[in-house]
Design a protein around this ligand. Structure first.
Ligand code: KIV
Length: 299
């Protein structure tokens, strides 16, 4: 199984094959998505909303991103793992941006970084790429600029703004980005940008003509029944399935039917620590009992 690289992604675009990208925030989800064949796992700063429960991505820190990147990198075997640069990790100065991008690779184990913004970040992107770090750009609805945009609002509906986004896309390719996320923009604008670039575009709320698509994994799995934006398709009723499983667990605990004998361990010798109690039998432990993972409790 060959690891997906930035060169694989360029080849997929050239061959007219679509790229699948999904966000991941921990090793368990990374493994599921990697096994499912996702080409790219994005450790998105969307974790500030879906994992941490904030109403924007702005509070996410570099240390938190490094922590989640490390977890996802451990869970992914084939997929290319991208680490998002959080708010204020690259905007203040170019040297700081290069250092922070480097941390996501050196400490977080990702293979590239993503940052939001247009031509104004050309110098920053060039410097990061010069340091040997591949950069994915992000245009259109850029969540870190939520206050400038006046909310999570589709961008580029008016011609002047559409032209500005189109120009930014050309500038990001020139600056050395290996791919671009196009988020929350009219599909015809995304189509024109995609056709004009050699690097792949990956859309979210940007229509079918992008070279690939990305969704936040919690949206794809349908974990939040209250979040129903137009661009999201739920591929599972994750909320219903997980809630049903948790309800079944609670019901079995209350009824005293879990754990059964098959989930319980036995002593090596018959035990009678409480005077008058019945000695337990001590059958030979099974292989599972000997080796089952116990989160730190020796078996
Ligand atoms: O942070 C994120 O998850 C993202 C995707 C929505 C593209 O930037």
């Amino acid at each position: 199984m060959d690891k997906v690289t930035i060169h694989t992604l360029k080849r997929l675009k050239a061959a007219g094959q679509k790229i699948s990208m999904v966000t991941a925030y921990d090793a368990t989800f990374a493994r599921i998505l990697d096994d499912a064949g996702a080409d790219v796992l994005l450790v998105g700063d969307s974790l500030g909303m879906v994992v941490q429960g904030n109403d924007s991505t702005l509070p996410v820190t570099m240390d938190q991103m490094v922590y989640h990147c490390r977890a996802v990198s451990r869970g992914a075997k084939r997929a290319h793992v991208v680490g998002d640069m959080p708010f204020l990790s690259y905007q203040a100065s170019v040297p700081e941006a290069v250092k922070n991008a480097g941390r996501l690779l050196a400490e977080g184990g990702v293979s590239s970084v993503k940052l939001e913004g247009g031509a104004e970040f050309g110098d920053t992107i060039e410097a990061i790429v010069r340091a040997g770090i591949p950069v994915m750009g992000h245009l259109g609805l850029t969540p870190q600029s939520v206050h400038r945009m006046g909310g999570f609002v589709v961008q580029g509906r008016e011609e002047e703004q559409a032209r500005a986004i189109y120009r930014d896309a050309q500038a990001l390719e020139r600056a050395g980005c290996y791919a671009l996320v196009l988020e929350g923009m009219p599909k015809d604008l995304a189509r024109e940008i995609t056709a004009s670039l050699r690097i792949p575009t990956i859309g979210i709320g940007a229509g079918i003509d992008c070279d690939g698509q990305v969704l936040v994994c919690y949206d794809l799995f349908g974990f939040n029944p209250d979040f129903k934006p137009k661009f999201v398709k739920r591929f599972a009723d994750g909320y219903g399935t997980l809630r049903g499983a948790a309800e079944a667990f609670c019901a079995e605990v209350r009824a005293g039917t879990f754990p059964g004998d098959e989930h319980s361990f036995t002593s090596k010798t018959p035990l009678r620590l409480v005077p008058g109690s019945r000695p337990a039998s001590a059958p030979t432990p099974t292989d599972e009992e000997r080796t089952g993972p116990m989160y730190g409790v020796p078996v």
